[in-house]
Design a protein around this ligand. Structure first.
Ligand SMILES: [Zn+2]
Length: 120
C-alpha cells in the first residue's frame, strides 16, 4: 500500500516552503521509513540541533559527532533496530527503536515527551 501523500510530493512542497517545520519533519520521517536515511538526516541537519547524548557501545552512537547518516539499522543482542527521531523546539533526538516498534506512534510520543521534559 503506498504511503500518502507520497514522499516526492512532500519534498516538492518543502522546496517551495522550506521554513514549514512540520512539513520538513514529516518528509524526514517518511524518508526514514522508506530507508532513505541519509536524506532524512540531511533534511534536519541544518535546522535542528542534535541533542542526542553520546552513548554506546551496544548500539552505534547517534550523538552529533558520531551519527552516521547512512546507518539507519543496527543489530544488537539478537534484536534489530531502526533509527528514528523526535523533534521539539528546534532540537532533534535520535534513538534506536526495536524494529517491530519503529513506527509505533506510542513509542515516538513517549520519546518526544522525554525530549520536551528535558527542554522545559
Ligand atoms: Zn557519540
Amino acid at each position: 500500500m503506498p504511503i500518502r501523500p507520497g514522499v516526492d510530493a512532500l519534498l516538492k512542497e518543502l522546496a517551495v516552503n522550506p521554513d514549514e517545520e512540520p512539513l520538513r519533519v514529516r518528509a524526514s520521517q517518511l524518508l526514514a521509513r522508506l530507508g532513505r536515511h541519509r536524506e532524512a538526516f540531511e533534511l534536519l541537519r541544518d535546522r535542528f540541533i542534535n541533542l542526542t547524548a553520546h552513548d554506546g557501545p551496544t548500539l552505534p552512537c547517534l550523538c552529533r559527532r558520531c551519527l552516521q547518516p547512512d546507518l539507519g539499522h543496527a543489530h544488537a543482542r539478537d534484536m534489530d533496530f531502526a533509527r528514528r527521531f523526535v523533534v521539539a523546539r528546534g532540537r532533534v533526538l535520535y534513538y534506536w527503536a526495536p524494529l517491530e516498534l519503529a513506527d509505533d506512534p506510542g513509542l515516538a510520543r513517549s520519546v518526544g515527551a522525554r525530549l520536551s521534559a528535558r527542554l522545559a
